[in-house]
Design a protein around this ligand. Structure first.
Ligand code: NAD
Ligand code: AKB
Length: 315
C-alpha cells in the first residue's frame, strides 16, 4: 500500500502539496513532517510528525517502522537565506537527500520526489528559452547544492535503479503560505503590499525577467510527474518547467490593470542572484515525456492572487 511522507511540509510548497496529495490518496495515506513542533492550521486535518531531516537515524527508523513507500523531500534553505549561511545550506540541502536516496537504494522506499530549481543555471547559461541540456555553472551555494543533488539523483537511478523524480521549479507564486527566503519572493510579497497599501518596493530591478509559476500548476506538475509510468520518465536529473516569464515592471503593470498601484525599485543583494538565472525556460522535454501542459498565464495568476491573499498573514 502506498504511504507518503512529505518532509518540509509546512513550507510554501509542502502545505499545498500535502493538501493535494491527501485529496487524491486519502487523509491517512499522507503524513506531513517538518522541523516545526506543530503543523500549520491547513495541515492539521491529517497525520503530522515533527522531524529533523538532519537526524539521520530517527528519519530512517520512522520511514522503516511506518512502512513509508514514497517521500517528497522539500526541506532546504532557499537562495537568499542560503547565501547568508553557506555551510549550513550545503549541509541541509545535501545530507537529507543522501539519507532518503540511501533508504530507496536499500529497498525501503519505492519512489522519491526531490525538487531542483532554475538556480542550477548560472551566468554562463543561455538566458532565453534555456534548454534542458546546457552549460550549468551556478554561482550561488543554493544553485551548487541543487546541481550536485541532480547529479546524485541521476547517479542513484543509473547505478541502483532508485526511482527518483525531479522538477527544476521556477519561482513559485501562492497565497496559502508565505515563501521561505528566495530571490523570487518579491513576486509573492507584491500582492500582500498591493492589497494592504497599494504600494510596493521591489528588491529586484524593474527589468529583471525571471521564470515564475502559479502554485496550482506546480503542484499538478509534481503529482503528474510522480504518477507518470516509469518508462515515460526519461530524465533522472531534473525536468525544466517553463512557467510564466515576466519582469517586476510587467508584474506591476498587470496589477495596475486590476487596481491602483505604485511600484518603486531598490535592488539589494538578491539582484546579483537574479542576474545569474535565466529569463525564460524551454520545457519541451517535460511536454514530450509526460505530457506537461501549463494552465495559468500572468493575467489569470494576478487576478487570483489579488482576490486570495490574506493580508493578516503579513509578517
Ligand atoms: P520553504 O522554505 O517555504 O519550506 C521549507 C520547509 O522545510 C519549512 O517548513 C521548514 O520548516 C522545513 N525545514 C527546514 N529545515 C528542516 C529540517 N532540518 N528538517 C525538516 N524540515 C525542515 O521552502 P519551499 O519554497 O516550500 O521549497 C521546498 C523545496 O522546493 C526546496 O527544496 C526548494 O529549494 C525547492 N524550490 C522551491 C521554489 C519556490 O519558489 N518555492 C522554487 C524552486 C525550488
Ligand atoms: C528561490 O528564489 O530561491 C526559489 C527558487 C527559484 O529556487 N524561489
Amino acid at each position: 500500500m502506498k504511504k507518503t511522507l512529505v518532509i518540509g511540509a509546512c513550507g510554501q510548497i509542502g502545505t499545498e502539496l500535502v493538501l493535494a496529495l491527501r485529496e487524491k490518496f486519502g487523509m491517512e495515506a499522507v503524513v506531513a513532517a517538518d522541523l516545526k513542533s506543530e503543523p500549520n492550521e491547513a495541515l492539521s486535518n491529517g497525520p503530522y510528525v515533527q522531524m529533523n531531516i538532519l537526524e539521520k537515524e530517527s528519519v530512517r527508523s520512522y520511514i522503516i517502522d511506518n512502512q513509508i513507500t514514497d517521500v517528497y523531500l522539500l526541506a532546504a534553505l532557499l537562495s537568499a537565506t542560503a547565501e547568508k549561511n553557506p555551510d549550513f545550506a550545503w549541509k541541509l540541502n545535501m545530507e537529507g537527500l543522501f539519507t532518503i536516496l540511501d533508504l530507496a537504494k536499500e529497498g525501503h522506499l519505492k519512489k522519491i520526489f526531490w525538487p531542483s530549481s532554475i538556480a542550477v543555471f548560472g551566468p554562463t547559461t543561455p538566458v532565453d528559452n534555456t534548454p534542458q541540456y546546457t552549460v550549468m555553472e551556478p554561482s550561488t551555494v543554493y544553485g551548487i547544492s541543487k546541481q550536485a543533488g541532480e547529479r546524485w539523483c541521476e547517479y542513484y537511478f543509473n547505478k541502483y535503479n532508485v526511482d527518483v523524480r525531479s522538477i527544476r521549479y521556477p519561482g513559485l507564486i501562492s497565497y496559502t503560505s508565505l515563501p521561505g527566503g528566495g530571490t523570487t519572493d518579491y513576486a509573492v510579497d507584491i500582492f500582500y503590499h498591493a492589497k494592504k497599501s497599494g504600494k510596493y518596493t521591489s528588491f529586484l530591478s524593474k527589468d529583471s525577467a525571471l521564470p515564475m509559476m502559479f502554485m496550482e500548476d506546480a503542484i499538478r506538475a509534481t503529482i503528474e510527474l510522480m504518477e507518470a509510468p516509469v518508462e515515460n520518465v526519461k530524465i533522472r536529473s531534473s525536468y525544466n518547467l517553463a512557467g510564466i516569464s515576466f519582469t517586476p515592471e510587467q508584474l506591476s503593470d498587470e496589477i495596475k490593470k486590476n487596481q491602483a498601484f505604485e511600484m518603486s525599485y531598490e535592488p539589494d543583494f538578491r539582484q546579483a542572484i537574479a542576474d545569474s538565472w535565466p529569463n525564460s525556460i524551454d520545457d519541451s522535454a517535460a511536454q514530450k515525456d509526460w505530457g506537461w501542459k501549463q494552465k495559468f498565464d500572468l493575467s489569470s495568476m494576478v487576478k487570483i492572487m489579488l482576490d486570495e491573499v490574506d493580508v493578516s498573514m503579513m509578517a
